[in-house]
Design a protein around this ligand. Structure first.
Ligand code: PLP
Length: 412
């Protein structure tokens, strides 16, 4: 008999969270949509309620109420914890709901957070706005130690960072943080390419809306870590109600067996496109960890097994009309926020996902007004390149196009 730890990631991705299938006599994850559960044994239900409300497992199969426990969600959480090498995980209605619960749970340790930019725009906003009653010190990955205070409850980093693809050395940050837990938003990497707990992080979170869901049809978030910390996070979830609908948990669990295939295929295509864009004179600059010189800390191989499938680039024209025309001319690639879907998506972070970040902070984090973030999907690389190449034709025509757009159609 092999132990689960000896099995490879691909094998665990197929089998994780299926522990009770034989007992249930099922082959596919059952979808339990119950909002409430019968409580014929009131004493058992009361004991189970107490456990669930404080973030513990149910007692004697008494689930009481969906906000407290759902078996479909529980299976997905166990599977994700397995893939992250974590003791436990908690799933939420969105990535932001997961981050909110982590931050609220951290308040029992203090009300100060240390964070490294860039983070996803709304994560940045949640911390900066003080909405949750926390103060934040923004710093760099080399200056975390100096930012820690006695009331620091958490260090928050994101790697690769959205949208600059900057890589953060997790172990380096963990060493500086000392006793303060480090949470890594690893949405761009997925556990296929990076498992932050193996580098000393206490918690890993994902916007499961992205690669974990993988099909652009659900919103979800998940956080994994040690029992004690996830218990606190589940306590917050039971009290605040940002739980994931069981249909979302079902879809996420269903998608895990193909996660590695999807991530690796999209990455292979992204490597081809990044190389072409890097060589193209119509591109001013490109950020992709797989390109030469873009991993100065040598994290590929050591922390991440591959560069992933997201890149950011600037056109060789800083004319906003050109960027808009380029996006409009794309036929196959969808102009849309979000990422990690089956189809390729493009969006300008300064205009959309990161518009909630102060313009000065954005610039400081390397997010220029002309930056475009490309999330490569599962289409054929040749078709994607043809689409990009055709739309890039707008770039040399920059001046003419500007005049054209300025001239009313009737007088042309
Ligand atoms: C890196 C990262 N973290 C968190 C989030 C927030 O996740 P959600 O949109 O699922 O709330 C996003 C969303 O784009 C993201 O890209």
């Amino acid at each position: 008999m092999t132990s689960r730890n000896e099995e490879s990631f691909a094998t665990r991705a197929v089998h994780a969270g299926r522990h009770d299938f034989n007992e249930l006599g099922v082959h596919a994850p059952p979808l339990d949509l119950s909002s409430t559960y019968p409580t014929p044994d009131l004493d058992l239900a009361a004991r189970s309620f107490d456990r669930l409300a404080s973030g513990d497992a149910p007692e004697g199969g008494s689930f009481v109420y969906q906000r407290l426990f759902n078996p479909t969600t529980d299976r997905f959480e166990r599977a994700l914890a397995d893939l992250e090498g974590a003791e436990d995980a908690a799933a939420f209605a969105s990535g932001m709901a997961a981050l909110t619960a982590v931050l609220l749970a951290a308040k029992s340790r203090g009300t100060h957070v240390v964070a490294v930019r860039p983070l996803y725009g709304t994560s940045d906003h949640l911390l900066t706005s003080g909405l949750l009653g926390l103060s934040v010190t923004w710093t760099t990955q080399d200056e975390v130690a100096g930012a820690i205070r006695p009331d620091t409850a958490l260090v928050v980093i994101e790697t690769p960072g959205n949208p600059t693809l900057a890589l953060v050395d997790i172990a380096h940050v963990v060493r500086q943080a000392g006793q303060v837990p480090v949470m890594v938003d690893a949405t761009f990497a997925t556990p296929v390419l990076q498992r932050p707990l193996e580098h000393g992080a206490a918690l890993v979170m994902h916007s499961a809306t992205k690669f974990l869901g993988g099909h652009g049809d659900l919103l979800a978030g998940v956080v994994a870590g040690p029992h004690a910390m996830i218990r606190d996070v589940k306590h917050v979830r039971a009290a605040t109600g940002g739980l994931l609908h069981p249909l979302g948990s079902f879809l996420l669990h269903r998608g895990l067996p193909t996660l590695a295939l999807r991530v690796e295929r999209a990455q292979a295509t992204a490597e081809i496109l990044a190389q072409r864009l890097a060589e193209d004179p119509r591109i001013q600059s490109i950020r992709y960890p797989g390109l030469p010189g873009q991993d100065p800390r040598g994290l590929l191989g050591r922390q991440m097994t591959g560069p992933g499938s997201i890149m950011s680039f600037e056109l060789a024209s800083d004319d906003a009309h050109v960027m808009r025309a380029f996006i409009r001319d794309l036929k196959l690639i969808t102009p849309a926020v979000s990422l990690g879907s089956t189809d390729t998506l493009i969006q300008p972070p300064a205009v959309l996902t990161h518009r909630v970040v102060d313009a000065g902070d954005r610039e400081h984090a390397g997010i220029s007004g002309g930056m475009l973030r490309l999330s490569v999907g599962l289409e054929d690389a040749r078709d994607l390149w043809r689409d990009l190449d055709r739309a890039l034709a707008v770039v040399p025509r920059a001046a003419a196009l500007h005049t054209e757009e300025m001239t009313p159609a009737a007088t042309r």
